[in-house]
Design a protein around this ligand. Sequence first.
Ligand code: HXC
Length: 517
Amino acid sequence: MAMTTKEKLERLRQTKARLAAGGGDKRIAKQHDLGKLTARERIALLFDPETIQEMFLFAQHRNVNFGMMGKEMPGDGVVTGVGAVGGRQAFFASQDFTVSGGSVGEMHADKICQTMEMALKSGAPLVFINDSGGARIQEGIDALSGYGRIFYRHVLLSGVVPQISIIAGPCAGGAAYSPALMDFIIMVEGTGELFITGPQVIKQVTGEDISAADLGGVFAQMSSGVVHLMAKDDQDALRLCQKLLSFLPSNNLEDPPDFGGGELVFAPDAYLDRVIPDNPRDPYDIKDIILRVVDDGDFLEIQDHFALNAVVGFARINGRTVGVVANQPAVMAGVLDIDSSDKISRHVRFCNAFNIPLVTFVDVPGFMPGIQQERGGIIRHGAKMLFSYSAATVPKITVLLRKAYGGAYLAMCGKDLGSDRVAAWPTAEVAVMGPEGAVNIVYRDQIKSAEDPKAAREKFINEYREQFANPFVGGSRNLIDDIIEPKDTRRYLSLALESLRTKRDIRPQKKHGLIPM
Ligand code: HXC
């Protein structure tokens, strides 16, 4: 006798419950013992209650090798679907380590690929939570092909919808290139593991004995610049993901969400009038300035363990997202080097792709001199900054705080790189190079022949500073729109951003520019 409708309903319920249980109690307990949440617990925390629609729960592998025939793998080791984060849709793939170690086989990859395609069509972000042993060994080329299909789709989605990766378990070997192709990587301290070549292989090949944590732990990959945000645990990673999403539009055709009431708020802040030290050689912390200028002192810094001489991140001014870029005078005097150039360029390009206005704070003594930098290709890397700022068509506002010397002045979005507004503080010094270096060249003979060369040099330095290293020369050439009192910086930015909301900047059609790599 065929099954009754009631029996069929019961079968559906039981099947769903069995599949949703993942790899079973023992493996779930092991996951919890490691301090990790399960794939479903993670998405339940990330998304608004009652908004999750899971897809492809019934996926099953079709591998017949290595005794795999008929072996059930619930959901094929990944939970996929869509839900709302802060009321806005986002698609997700959350790997289930309790099922075959979250390893990626043909169907596992197919679930992720279909989810990515839906994210692309719907214009909604993709969040990919990684917790996986990598390519499923038993599936051979089908597993590799699966990764290839995922990589390909990351590139299709790139610049259309934001892509955020969370490393909440192992993600090693070629698998690491999935997060690497996404826009942001959030990694969990302790449980996240991210590297291309494991410690055993490194030992075999090079003899170097290195621990997995030193190789692919969160601190290692934060300081390499691969990881953008560090989380204490899974919960923290999911909170960071929600926060990051709150700054971003759902896709490249939208503006970021507006949390303001339409009113511009910009009381003067007298603290800013005192923040620059009298001695131009003294450092100060640029974050002091950023935090006081943006809404509620709320600044989400990106890559805060990498290239600390530059600071990038997201904040809001009058409720609207801005991408912040700044030199950090407290670290190596805020000099631009290879890593900081890469860090800034990437942030500028992300903001441009997603309609996020750029606010750039400048206090830069120049590009870093030295053989290491030259051999490492500082020309190639520094050029990325010139390229990405020039190519950016979003509103670009530059505030010159103190030093703005040489090529680095231009690279930090000087007027000539298409900055829409340039304001200078009275402490700004725009020049081809710093006074000390300049007088050595311009007044070489006079210094040499002076009775007291040291005193003569000092005199020339002061004269040079008076004459050139100030914002008035730039003002007289219309390269600086306004010289403002520091306390009025938020007012300046608020009005400038408001006037640029409708900015249009149409460039010639081309396949793509050739950013120096
Ligand atoms: C198939 C895998 C697997 C894999 C783990 N499992 N990784 N099955 N293919 N790649 C299975 C295990 O057999 C086990 O199954 C379960 O997942 C949990 O794994 P354990 O080893 O018990 O867990 P743990 O001790 O926590 O160790 C985790 C691990 C280890 C460090 C990730 O499993 C491991 O080293 N796995 C292999 C990693 C690897 O070399 N992958 C290939 C990388 S190359 P049962 O049934 O016992 O629960 C790659 C290339 C991608 O990914 C290329 C793309 C271009």
